[in-house]
Design a protein around this ligand. Sequence first.
Ligand SMILES: Nc1ncnc2c1ncn2[C@@H]1O[C@H](COP(=O)(O)OP(=O)(O)O)[C@@H](O)[C@H]1O
Ligand SMILES: [Mg+2]
Length: 399
Amino acid sequence: MPTPSLDMGEYNSGQRLLVRYSPRATGADADSVPEADLELEIIHAYQPFSLSVICKVVIHPIAPTSSLPPGLPSTCIMKLFDRRYEHNTRNYYGEAAHQRYLAETTREKPRSIWITRRARKRDGEYEAKIEEGCRRMMRNEMRAYEEMRELQGTHIPSLYGTIRYTSPVPPPSDTGELSDYRYTAHGRILEHIPSSTLRRYLEAAMRNEPPLYDNIRLVCDQAMALVHQIDGLNVLNRDARLENVLVSAVSKDDSKTFYSSPFPLQPHTAFRCTAIDFACTRLRYHDETDEEWRRAKEKLDEEGAIGCVIRVTLRNEGKLRDDPVDGERIWTYVPSRRWHQTLSKEEYEVYCEDDEWGLYAGKLAEEDRSVGGDASDESDEMDEGGREGGETLEARTKA
Ligand SMILES: Nc1ncnc2c1ncn2[C@@H]1O[C@H](COP(=O)(O)OP(=O)(O)O)[C@@H](O)[C@H]1O
Ligand SMILES: [Mg+2]
């Protein structure tokens, strides 16, 4: 039986997508800002895609309008959550099984949010799980951007609005049957930051002749200042890593914006670090105690996820050089230990019994159950990662 391809070609460079755009607006403005149809021309696709399709796009208005919605630059990043392109956990996409699964599943027998071991990768059930994952990740990221509103444009990209894209391409079929079904993906339009990822920057700077040690120090300090700022907010990011920090050169004029923001970055550096990708975050629950939150933060250690990995990267790159250097001498990670607390004997015993240590509280599972509803519901967004056998859907699909 032929295997339908996961790549339907619609996100290749040069392709144009028609999308419905809703500008980001909240509070009193929310109803008054009109939606708009836009054409997005793909300039670059950040392949390979995981659950999310990321492309640099040029935005064109659609006649009779000849201008873009106010405040929307013509070059942006499009981030679409499109389960059809999920390459990491399956090499097959067929919609027919999914549609059968949806038709057979009743509300009395709600679909589980967890990926069950029995859900095989060609099952409609597995496809439904991925769809739920898309919705959760979209919602996670939206919430994080709202929570970090004040950091947009300085520490994180500006969020301009959300988009809805209905593919004109019919789903691939292994039976030859034609289908009227058309997939709709939800996503957002973000500021494009001409940049490199922190990992690529470090590798290139260490491999340069001579290595750019001074710049590496500035960038690493800037990256840690960024992570430290975000770590202090009500956001828990389970995907803090070097690929999710962007590094760009800053002109003198731009630097005024970054350093005079409400949360100034490190002064006097020629680099801007920007955090991206909040699809695997959750916000602090409204009833989460300080201690629960502290535990979750300590356990996850977002700061260490960047600092320790920078250290290892510098060490490995240093060894690879013809004249090996000690990475520790270039830059050293000093943990802030802001979430650390020395435990009493009694507390330590409780700690040993609770291997989750507050990270995935029971509340999380409850919240997940409450979003396990209608996968075809267009209500915008989703929620936290499900967990089965110690592995989240996000972890699997973003692996
Ligand atoms: N705002 C942005 N500006 C420039 N490049 C970006 C931006 N957002 C994402 N990218 C690029 O796309 C890649 C993937 O984006 P990301 O949001 O991390 O999605 P995912 O990891 O889920 O695929 C990043 O590593 C980066 O190279
Ligand atoms: Mg990423």
